[in-house]
Design a protein around this ligand. Structure first.
Ligand code: NOJ
Length: 467
């Protein structure tokens, strides 16, 4: 398996505040929508909450030391708005700023580049009580918060991400109801919230430019790309339509400056589309420095006129599946990257990609997750090929650095390169973590010698020192 990555390509890993930090209410932290949502019986599997999570709030130094051991080149983390401004738009909390300052300094001292996500779903509850993202005021709330982050961390942080996966938190928040605010079937609110999120993104990008801090700013969108089940033109058109309703709804305004046309017409005809002005679209399309994409799997669809919205039906591929039931579809990943290559004018980062497995600690204390390595090899081979063919992708962040709270699914799903024993908070670097380190070493070796080599296989490349 040949994995060849360009000079300066960044390999990192990602987490998000609510999923790893814990430290609920500590040092003046306000309550977020996730704090309160988890308190409602029945919302989260096994009644679990993020109150303690991986206790990263207290153990971040140890975690940065692990990152260093893994030779990570960058760490993508998110800031909890409620640590910085506990009620969302009131007083700034110096203790919250101090926490992230310490984390950033620790990373920089370890030679690990921080990539800062400004919003990874944990809206201050006080703002939700005022309508959350459906309130047009949310653009002002977010822009002020963004300014506080730029002033506090600009300069030391060179890569800011305004939002993580707007599709997921608006859709799950207002349509499926599985995320806060837990509303079901309200497409109108979903689109309104999404519109304000996109405007907030644009306003933050403008502010970032005004402040002339140096560094780069972008947004992370989830793209579970819809691939056509066959090359028949009707299936190809059906897949394109499906993409408009899903990830494309957020991708197209950022990249093309308008909402996807077919889907917009459909939403409008069904009374779901908010009023949208040209000014607002201009704000949304404020040029970014890069686009972040989170990608886990593709969906396959065929044309089906009996579905009056997208005109598609799902077709289930005969591929391996992860332990949370997601298909492993690296061929679709390649198709998606081809699409990006044809339309994107800014560099791309894969800000998340990874696999959920039911990892176990062996009797000898190690976690041998060879299926995760297999997943990595499949997806990275595709990425490496796409880059060789001309895709401007500058980095890859594995999700996740360590096992953590998978939102409404709680702690059972494990995605990490590092295993977390939640009872003791002990961390164990998995076999995949050791493999990832070898991959990074190999790339840097390749850089020095100028000759591509094969990534060394796991066991031979490691002693158990990382465990
Ligand atoms: C996307 C989200 O950004 C992250 O929070 C989540 O845990 C992973 N995907 C896995 O579902």
């Amino acid at each position: 398996m040949k994995l060849k990555f360009p000079k300066n390509f960044i390999f990192g890993a990602a987490t998000a505040a609510y999923q790893v930090e814990g430290g609920r209410g500590e040092d003046g932290k306000g309550e977020s929508v996730w704090d309160l949502f988890c308190d409602i019986p029945g919302k989260i599997d096994r009644g679990e909450t993020g109150a303690v999570a991986c206790d990263h709030y207290h153990r971040f130094r140890e975690d940065v030391a692990r990152m260093k051991e893994l030779h990570l080149e960058s760490y993508r983390f998110s800031v909890a708005w409620t640590r910085i401004i506990p009620d969302g738009d009131g007083e700034v909390n110096p203790a919250g700023i101090a926490f992230y300052s310490r984390l950033i300094d620790e990373l920089l001292a370890a030679g690990i580049e921080p990539m800062l996500t400004m919003y990874h779903w944990d809206l201050p509850q006080a703002l939700q009580d005022r309508g959350g993202w459906t309130n047009p005021e949310s653009v002002k709330w977010y822009t002020r918060y963004a300014g506080v982050l730029f002033d506090a961390f600009g300069g030391r942080v060179k890569k800011f991400i305004t939002f993580n996966e707007p599709f997921v938190f608006t859709d799950f928040g207002y349509v499926t109801g599985s995320f806060p605010p837990g509303i079901k079937g309200d497409h109108r609110s979903k689109l309104l919230a999404g519109h304000h999120v996109l405007m907030s993104h644009g306003a933050a990008v403008r502010l970032f430019r005004e402040k002339k801090l140096g560094g780069e700013i972008g947004i992370t969108l989830d793209y579970a790309y819809n691939c056509p089940a066959s090359r028949r033109p009707e299936d190809v058109e059906a897949a394109a339509r499906a993409n408009e309703f899903w990830a494309g709804w957020y991708f197209e305004p950022i990249v093309f400056g308008h909402y996807p046309k077919y889907a917009a017409k459909w939403f409008e005809a069904h009374g779901m589309l908010p009023k949208i002005t040209e000014e607002e679209m201009k704000l949304i399309a404020e040029p970014v420095d890069f686009l972040g994409i989170n990608h886990y799997f593709c969906n396959y669809v065929a044309a089906d006129p009996s579905n009056e919205r997208e005109g598609t039906r799902p077709v289930y591929p005969c591929v391996p599946y992860s332990d949370n039931g997601w298909p492993i579809t690296e061929d679709g990943f390649y198709e998606m990257l081809q699409y990006f290559r044809s339309v994107l004018k800014v560099p791309l980062y894969i800000t998340e990609n990874g696999i959920c497995l039911n990892d176990v600690v062996d009797v000898d204390g190690t976690v041998e997750d060879s299926r995760r390595i297999d997943y990595l090899k499949r997806y990275l081979a595709v990425l490496s090929r796409a880059i060789e063919e001309g895709l401007d992708c500058r980095g890859y962040y594995y999700w996740s650095l360590m096992d953590n709270m998978e939102w409404a699914a709680g702690y059972k799903p494990r995605f990490g390169l590092i295993y977390v024993d939640y009872a003791t908070q002990r961390r164990i670097v998995k076999q995949s973590g050791r493999w990832y380190r070898a991959l990074i070493d190999e790339k840097n070796q390749t850089q020095r010698e100028g000759t591509p080599r094969l990534v060394k296989e796991d066991r031979t490349a490691f002693t158990t020192d990382a465990v």
